[in-house]
Design a protein around this ligand. Structure first.
Ligand SMILES: Cc1cc2nc3c(=O)[nH]c(=O)nc-3n(C[C@H](O)[C@H](O)[C@H](O)COP(=O)(O)OP(=O)(O)OC[C@H]3O[C@@H](n4cnc5c(N)ncnc54)[C@H](O)[C@@H]3O)c2cc1C
Length: 459
């Protein structure tokens, strides 16, 4: 294993693990925000205070509670960031121990292919029967908005700050932008989200994106739709972001989340005969083979689906294939994914867009969370469960769950998709009462085919 920055890669050290650790804290803050309505006193005199002031003042931490209002929870930013960094380091150390236990030799340094079966690290040459390229990706930088690590930031530079950005402008409303915008709003920053599209999360299920955008706005976030940022620069007191239509948005910090570019430059790939596409990604087939026999690639550098779970599966498949094991080609249509906003959006299988475009012949049912007894008890009112079932057979083709901890709820739908279960089978499965997962079995019941065929017009 040749590794330049620390075991576990960017996933563990700068991207997935740190962002989800930050979101653990922001999720707790959001829960505390909603706790007064559940009968909890957060100190003060117990009278519900005014809605949280999402002004341009620095994080709530510095605002003294009014005598008549309950004290608000506040965020200790240095402690939060230090927890994020140390948890990432601990996770990386766990990966190192696991590799050591498996007898994997780790060579620290930047690797480069000096031939299809040879990797050079500094002055060392390593020869191999099989090479796996897994060099990841890095945040894309706009020419007019070059990060400085202090005020103009990529998602990898947030944890080096010593404060919460009082007024954060997030450029880009894809998954990374939406996750951080929601998290910082809950932590106490005043967030402006600049989205070039009509809605946030334009690639996702539209119903789900609308719920999240609605929650963002209700919590005080300024969401600027159809607003393309063309430049961002430092000013004397903060940052200024220029939009294509000439408007300027000002804040204290700017987070740039405008996509990722593959980490494939300077690796000697082209010299070794390995094809790259026009975006610089390494094209691979469903068993992770590149254009050169014996050389495999996995993860973000392939541009397949930029998810840790997909990267890991591509890597495992590559190794099974190289070792001559029976291997199932990767099935991207079965990938379960979550956007860790509040509420979370979890998806698996076919999409509403595919159904509407006639690419999947499916019936759809959508149940709002607001009618679920457990959701009412917990004070959750935003979200829904959506199931797609093949017309005729009733086989579950996919689903969308928008709920707190949707990432945990989606497994049931994922199992159904992978194991080709029908809505009848899900409908006959016991769910706990009261539970959010009860909405999944209820959705399946709504899609069940009547045994006698009565009223089965849709089928
Ligand atoms: C903010 C953010 C949050 C995310 N959250 C999630 C999430 O919640 N769930 C999820 O599934 N995915 C998430 N992702 C995506 C996930 O992090 C990536 O899909 C995953 O990291 C890809 O793994 P990888 O092994 O391909 O690359 P990486 O994790 O990027 O690792 C590649 C490693 O290779 C090293 N390297 C590069 N070149 C060389 C070289 N020449 N020699 C030696 N080493 C080299 C790099 O330094 C890096 O450490 C998130 C991404 C971002 C940006």
């Amino acid at each position: 294993m040749v590794d330049s920055d620390g075991l576990g890669g960017a996933c563990v050290l700068t991207d997935c693990v740190p962002s989800k650790t930050l979101i653990a804290t922001s999720g707790m803050m959001a829960a505390l925000d909603g706790s007064v309505s559940l009968g909890i006193r957060l100190g003060g005199d117990g009278e519900p205070g005014p809605a949280p002031a999402r002004t341009t003042a620095p994080a709530r931490a510095t605002a003294p509670a009014r005598a008549t209002a309950p004290a608000r929870a506040t965020v200790d930013a240095p402690r939060l960031y230090s927890r994020v960094r140390s948890l990432a380091r601990a996770q990386s150390a766990d990966v190192a121990s696991r590799l050591a236990a498996e007898g994997v030799k780790v060579v620290s340094g930047v690797g480069r292919l000096s031939g299809p079966r040879t990797v050079t690290v500094a002055d060392r040459e390593l020869s191999a029967d099989t090479v796996l390229i897994a060099t990841g990706a890095r945040p894309r930088v706009l020419p007019g908005a070059v990060p400085d690590g202090e005020r103009l930031l990529t998602c990898r530079q947030l944890y080096d700050l010593d404060e919460l950005p009082p007024e954060l402008i997030v450029v880009g409303s894809g998954v990374t932008g939406a996750e951080f915008a929601g998290a910082y709003q809950a932590l106490g920053s005043q967030v402006t989200l600049v989205s070039s599209r009509e809605h946030v999360l334009p690639q996702e299920d539209t119903d789900a994106a609308v719920v999240v955008e609605d929650v963002f706005r209700r919590r005080g976030m300024a969401v600027l739709g159809r607003s393309r940022a063309v430049a961002a620069e430092r000013t004397a007191t903060g940052v200024a972001v220029t939009l294509q239509d000439g408007r300027t948005v000002r804040g204290s910090h700017c987070l740039l989340t405008v996509g990722m570019v593959p980490g494939t430059g300077g690796l000697g790939l082209e010299q070794a005969g390995i094809a790259l596409d026009e975006g610089g990604f390494v094209p691979v087939d469903k068993v992770s083979r590149t254009s050169v026999p014996g050389v495999y690639a996995a993860g973000d550098c392939t541009g397949v689906m930029m998810l840790a779970s997909v990267a890991a599966m591509q890597g495992r498949i590559a190794m099974w294939h190289a070792l001559g094991e029976a291997v199932q080609p990767i099935r991207l249509s079965h990938v379960a994914a979550t956007i860790f906003t509040e509420p979370e959006i979890a998806t698996v299988g076919v999409t509403q867009r595919a159904v509407e475009a006639g690419q999947a012949d499916a019936l759809v049912v959508k149940l709002p969370l607001a009618t679920n007894a457990r959701a009412k008890m917990q004070g959750f009112r935003d979200g829904f469960v959506k199931l797609f079932a093949r017309r005729g057979s009733g086989m579950v083709l996919g689903g969308v769950v928008v709920a707190p901890r949707a990432s945990e709820l989606i497994l049931a739908v994922s199992l159904a998709v992978e194991q080709q279960l029908t809505v009848d089978q899900i409908a006959h499965t016991f769910a706990v009462y009261p539970s959010l997962s009860g909405s999944l079995t209820e959705a399946a019941r709504k899609l069940m085919r009547p045994a006698d065929g009565a009223g089965s017009g849709d089928w």
